[in-house]
Design a protein around this ligand. Sequence first.
Ligand SMILES: [Zn+2]
Length: 232
Amino acid sequence: MIFLLGSSFYSFLFVLVLRLQRHEDFVYKRSYCFSCHHVLSFYDLIPIWSYILFNGKCRYCHQKIPRTYFIVEAIGGTLALLCFIYYPSYQACFLFMFISLGLLMSVIDILEQHIYLFSLRAFALINIVYSLYDVLSLKEHLWGVLLPYLFLKACRYLIKDSFGDGDIDLWMILGGMLGIKCLIYAFIGSIYLATLYALYLRFFKKDTLTKTIPYVPFMMLSSLLTLLLLRI
Ligand SMILES: [Zn+2]
């Protein structure tokens, strides 16, 4: 059951990313096959099982459905299971949502160099709810929000375009949840990871670094590691 919920959620997120890229409405428009445009029934949308049952093909036009759907759904299901095996249920829920939304924002940052407001709001909401059940003092949470705001705005004032608005908002949300101490670890970690990646590009891919490196994946990865190692 948990596996099914996890894979359904990832199936939804995957379609969301595809629709955002096509600039389509993702709230009201029903799911349809991307090749024959046939509207899909509930029966066609059961994650993984539909894929296996119809042999990875659309039931209407028999076009092959990209294997990515299957892989994304399998990852979602497995991740949900792992969270619920290793953590008590409210922490597992939070962790699953944290990783999922973090992945969503990372993928969109890589593809479009952009953070959508709805994903930022959803992410803020789960982090605030989680912080309500937290052991940290209110002061630590508040400083976690305030410090990135002051520090990153100052950085941007000194070095133009060093951090985007989305990056600052995201650090404030993460800081509010992690608390001031863990936030500093997460921030330093993210800079290390991004620098390592830049060095990797420079020396192994002979990349001239003309394009900017997406920063959200490193923020999320570093914050997740800090969360797992120090906070949960
Ligand atoms: Zn079709």
